[in-house]
Design a protein around this ligand. Structure first.
Ligand code: FAD
Length: 391
């Protein structure tokens, strides 16, 4: 009898409490039952499966770590585990969840007023309201800290936004979009809750992506959008506040990379045990076993790293460079693992039906978003050398 397929080779899940382990298995079961059967078709057609949103709501996990506002108040470790379990089946769905639960709810939780939290967080937890996070612009990606060109000007009791935002996940159907803009008066970056029906707010779907095709990314145009003072995030007063949100979500993206790699490894292992050539399962060949072991070594190292990352986060010790190092290492190794997974599957490795082709494509987006490899490396480089190579 063949051994069980298990991408958690060092059984790191044993560190979880029985309650947390039950949540992990519930997410896994949900992803395998609800998402796996439909995912390749939605990916192929560049569509989002809106019908899964109420089922997602039943999981009751949005706003994973937040205290109050109906949110679960779980640990950062559990936030990572959930991201990994989702990405193990599909990285687009994990990204949808990350944008909702992390970037957009997180901006309100970390930078919002009590009234804003009361208005949005319970409804977003229940997925009755969908969120998006607009930082990147058509001409400003890595250089967002100093380079944002979207402007905001205070006019009496309102704030007037002008500019464009590109790549904004969930934007085509979001009810609320967090927009980051530079105040023309004091030069600081501020955050705003923009409602989808605000006059002057338009979204165009970005078409033709070769990765994360299920995620609906939008190009947003803001033309004299008037936002009331009550929708300005009062604790977002400079880019440092934006960076606080990004530090938290970047740790989640490292976990997502682990999930993508784990899904690819497990699919590949399963395939190689079933596929026969020269009258034998290809998994019995030495060179195939070598590929599988290389994949598993990297996967095991990645998992050990993100468990420790979350321990730091749960202990209040997480620094930008910790999150950046994990994001760089995991997204780089994931690229390697998905490519080996494809290789051991031969021609079927490029067919959507066998899942791994989707993982190969999606790994490219994980590699570049939430800070590219270069930018996250420079964050670590600055921390260890004392020299900033950014400017
Ligand atoms: P650029 O900044 O133009 O970089 C191009 C290349 O130059 C990269 O290799 C980069 O590393 C390198 N480079 C740039 N500066 C330096 C430097 N100083 N030194 C060395 N190398 C450098 N943004 C949002 O705000 N909200 C979202 O929801 C969102 N979702 C996304 C979803 C997807 C699928 C993708 C692909 C992107 C998403 N983004 C989102 C944007 C994402 O964060 C940016 O793509 C990312 O920050 C990189 O910016 P850029 O694409 O403009 O690349």
């Amino acid at each position: 009898e063949l051994p069980e397929i298990n991408g958690d080779f060092y059984e790191l899940h044993m560190r979880l409490s029985p309650e947390d382990r039950a949540i992990q298995l519930r997410v896994r079961e949900f992803m395998e039952r609800e998402i796996q059967p439909i995912v390749n078709n939605f990916w192929l057609h560049d569509e989002f499966p809106y019908e899964i949103i109420p089922k997602f709501a039943e999981l009751g996990l949005c706003g994973v770590t937040y205290q109050g506002y109906e949110c679960p108040g779980l640990s950062f470790l559990m936030e990572g585990i959930i991201a990994m379990e989702m990405a193990r089946v599909d990285s687009s769905i994990a990204t949808f969840f990350g944008v909702q639960s992390g970037l957009s709810m997180g901006s309100i939780y970390m930078c919002g007023s009590e009234a804003q939290k009361q208005e949005w967080l319970p409804a977003m937890h229940r997925l009755e309201k969908i969120g998006a996070f607009g930082l990147t612009e058509p001409e400003v990606g890595s250089g967002a800290a100093g380079g944002l060109t979207t402007t905001v000007k205070r006019v009496g009791d309102t704030w007037v936004l002008n500019g464009q935002k590109k790549w904004i996940g969930n934007a085509t159907f979001a009810d609320v979009i967090i927009i980051w803009a530079r105040d023309v008066d004091d030069g600081e970056v501020k955050g705003f809750i923009v409602r989808k029906d605000t006059p002057g707010f338009e979204v165009e779907k970005i078409k033709g992506k070769m990765a994360l095709r299920i995620v609906q990314n939008g190009l947003i145009t803001l033309t004299n959008c008037a936002i009331p003072e009550s929708d300005r995030l009062p604790h977002a007063n400079s880019f440092k506040d934006t960076a606080r949100v990004l530090q938290m979500t970047r740790a989640g993206v490292a976990w997502m990379a682990v999930g993508c790699a784990r899904g690819a490894y497990e699919n590949a292992l399963d395939y190689t045990r079933k596929r026969k050539q020269f009258g034998k399962p290809i998994a019995s060949f030495q060179l195939i076993q070598n590929h599988l072991v290389e994949m598993l070594s990297n996967l095991t190292a990645m998992q050990s790293l993100v468990y420790r990352l979350s321990e730091l986060q749960d202990g209040g010790l997480l620094k930008d460079e910790h999150a950046s190092l994990a994001k760089v290492f995991c997204s780089l190794r994931t690229r390697d693992i998905v490519s080996k997974a494809r290789e051991v599957m031969g021609g079927n490795g490029i067919l959507l039906d066998h899942n791994v082709a989707r993982f190969v494509a999606d790994a490219e987006a994980i590699y570049s978003y939430e800070g590219t490899k270069e930018i996250n490396s420079l964050i670590v480089g600055r921390a260890i050398t004392g020299f900033s190579a950014f400017v």
